[in-house]
Design a protein around this ligand. Structure first.
Ligand SMILES: [Zn+2]
Length: 162
């Protein structure tokens, strides 16, 4: 039987484990976006570093087009609509943590833009399953990826290279 005062730590450990599993597998909103993109025939790398020597991972990476997509959790990244709801709990810690996340996000955006990438940030509430915005976001992403896709080399030179 754990001491009573330890229980909040146990529960935050469970939260931490769940969050870290979600980072590996993708959150439900991210998976909803991925299914919508797949349905449009778009392919990507998931949870990959767009720029090898920049140690930042994007949720979806469209390599040849240099488009990096981040599906930001409303709470952890400070969504204006949902980010503040839970701040009253542990208020001494969360706003600071979220401010650091946001700083890091801006840092990542700047570094990727400097390396020639288009950075797209989407709030998870925008792509939660069944959201009307989901389909239009997927279409906009498809357009951006296609617009930035490098032209294919002519057939003859592809054969020579292969
Ligand atoms: Zn939100």
């Amino acid at each position: 039987m754990p001491e009573r005062w330890r229980q909040p730590f146990a529960s935050s450990e469970a939260v931490r484990r769940r969050m870290s599993a979600q980072r590996r597998q993708g959150t439900a909103p991210e998976m909803a976006l991925r299914r919508a993109l797949h349905a449009l025939g778009l392919r990507y790398r998931a949870h990959a570093a767009p720029v090898p020597n920049l140690r930042r991972k994007a949720d979806l990476v469209f390599g040849p087009s240099r488009v990096a997509v981040f599906v930001d959790g409303c709470f952890w990244h400070g969504c204006p609509e949902h980010g503040r709801r839970r701040h009253s709990v542990n208020g001494w810690y969360w706003p600071d943590k979220i401010a650091r996340n946001r700083q890091r996000d801006m840092d990542t955006d700047r570094a990727l833009a400097e390396a020639g990438w288009l950075v797209v940030r989407i709030w998870e509430h925008e792509v939660a399953a069944g959201q009307p915005a989901l389909a239009s976001l997927a279409e906009r992403l498809l357009a951006a990826v296609e617009e930035r896709r490098p032209a294919r080399p002519p057939r003859s030179s592809r054969r020579a290279a292969g």
